[in-house]
Design a protein around this ligand. Structure first.
Ligand code: FAD
Length: 457
């Protein structure tokens, strides 16, 4: 482990360079709050937390870390299950104080700082009846999610979050301030749209917005014994969907704390109320649901509907994989394993990909996963510390049992620290070599390595 740096030494250097944010070290009030991330399993102790107020502060923090030979981590929204936003013994560059969002409704553009969450972003853009693709849980950070790709309810109509990124302000490993867009630093701009936090600290992100105000969204739950049939129905249903509809389905537990397992379908339709009603009719008419909660609502409301299932501080261990087909054996194994899930907060969800997200050519941006199909995400979530091993082992064993049905492709934003080597390369697919070249140009010393890492070529 790296040596802790003394507060006085750090402060002297930072003040000399005009650091305007807060420097927090072990023992300071606020240290434990600042080092905590969404995943309660993560318990790391940085030597220094640099709570930045500007891009200049970020550059100072990077220089400070490099001068002191300390490892660098970057926290946007602090949501990554991997916990790589925080480092043991290094400098955590914390963007939580950078929360501005400005919207230009005439140009349909929003500019948001690196510490903004999707809830904050959506509130600001909804005031103008505009939105862009973001994560499906409102407490997730825009920065980490967008840099890794960004799957969400609007992706079939408008592409990934990364596909809607039009520019970014970046502080690179040598402290340079760069503007990345199609016109400026185009290789860096390409790499930022799927290459994650490998290339620098993104202090501001500019997005294209779309006319989305109300959506038809919600959840339909069926009794667990109907899970196999429901998933087979949903598989057929997803064969031909309009770009307005994004749907997920899988196995969950009743949110009332009873622990009752359920089969569920989640929908978000961004078309007109009439179009949504017509397209959702077969799904709503299917079988004998235990619960139907689908309604017309403002888009920010749809973005909050799954929040309660992912409380801050709960313990998380996730696995995921893309696949082209949902075959019957996979459905059967999934159901059989889920019935033995150790936690009543755990879910196994298929995210369906079609429409615009799958039409963008693989080489247009760093995110390579453009095949229509499904992404399975196993979100193991629990609160009892004593059951850590049980939950992690169950997740690993279940994933291994389903592995033969998966494609060899993973989503970078869902990888954990034990996903290494070929698994990380598979997250970048055919774009890995170009990313590695660009990494050499912008971060030759691999300062930004706490991520699904791309080594400099
Ligand atoms: P952080 O933990 O702050 O950062 C994670 C990593 O991103 C950092 O280690 C760093 O490498 C990089 N990073 C973050 N901010 C910056 C920055 N400003 N500059 C440079 N690098 C940075 N993903 C989806 O695509 N769609 C979803 O719907 C979705 N839902 C989720 C729901 C939950 C409950 C959770 C826990 C995760 C979800 N994710 C989803 C995954 C999510 O994309 C990643 O966890 C992502 O890293 C979150 O971004 P963050 O800024 O909050 O993360």
């Amino acid at each position: 482990m790296l040596q802790p740096v003394g507060l006085d030494q750090a402060r002297r250097i930072a003040l000399r360079e005009g650091f305007a944010g807060e420097l927090v070290v072990p023992g300071d009030g606020g240290y434990d709050v600042s080092r905590a991330v969404h995943n309660g399993l993560v318990d790391k102790h940085p030597a220094l937390i640099a709570r930045c107020r500007s891009a200049t502060d970020v550059a100072t923090a990077i220089r400070l870390a490099r001068d002191l030979e300390l490892e660098v981590s970057v926290r946007g929204g602090g949501h990554s299950v991997s916990g790589r936003a925080v480092t043991d013994g290094g400098v955590m560059i914390d963007l939580a104080l950078l929360r501005d969002v400005t919207v230009d409704p005439e140009a349909s553009v929003a500019t948001a700082a690196g510490g903004v969450t999707w809830g904050e972003f959506n509130t600001a853009t909804h005031a103008h009846r505009l939105a862009t693709t973001g994560g499906v849980v409102s407490t997730t950070g825009i920065a980490g999610l967008t840099l890794g790709g960004g799957l969400g309810y609007l992706m079939a109509k408008y592409g990934l979050s990364a596909d809607n990124l039009t520019a970014a302000d970046v502080v690179t490993a040598d402290g340079s301030h760069l503007r990345a867009s199609a016109a400026s630093e185009p290789d860096l701009f390409w790499a930022l749209r799927g290459g994650g936090g490998n290339f620098g600290v993104v202090t501001s992100l500019e997005y294209r917005l779309h006319p989305v105000a109300e959506v038809t969204a919600g959840l339909v739950a069926h009794p667990f014994p109907a899970a196999g049939e429901m998933l087979r129905f949903w598989r057929e249903y997803t064969a031909d969907l309009s770009d307005e509809l994004v749907t997920f389905a899988g196995l969950v537990h009743a949110p009332d704390g009873s622990g009752v397992p359920l089969a569920a379908m989640v929908v978000c339709h961004c078309g007109t109320a009439e179009h949504a009603q017509a397209e959702l009719a077969p799904l709503l008419a299917y079988g004998s649901p235990a619960m139907v909660a689908v309604d017309r609502m403002p888009y920010p409301g749809a973005n909050r509907m799954l929040d309660a299932g992912f409380p801050r501080g709960a313990r998380n261990y996730w696995k995921s994989s893309f696949m082209q087909d949902l075959d019957d054996d996979l459905i059967d194994v999934m159901i059989e394993r889920f019935a033995r899930a150790p936690s009543a907060m755990t879910a196994m969800i298929y995210e369906h990909l079609h429409g615009q997200v799958t039409r963008v050519p693989v080489s247009d941006a760093a995110f390579p996963h453009r095949e229509p199909g499904y992404n399975l995400i196993m979100t193991s979530v629990w609160t009892d510390v004593a059951t850590d091993d049980q939950n992690i082992t169950w997740t690993r064993d279940t994933f291994a049992a389903m592995q033969p049905h998966f494609a060899a492709r993973r989503y970078a934003n869902y990888l954990d620290t034990d996903d290494t080597g070929e698994i990380v390369r598979s997250a970048y697919g055919p774009n890995h070599a170009r990313l590695s070249d660009i990494k050499r140009r912008y971060d030759p010393d691999n300062v930004f390595h706490l991520n699904p890492n791309i080594e400099p070529a």
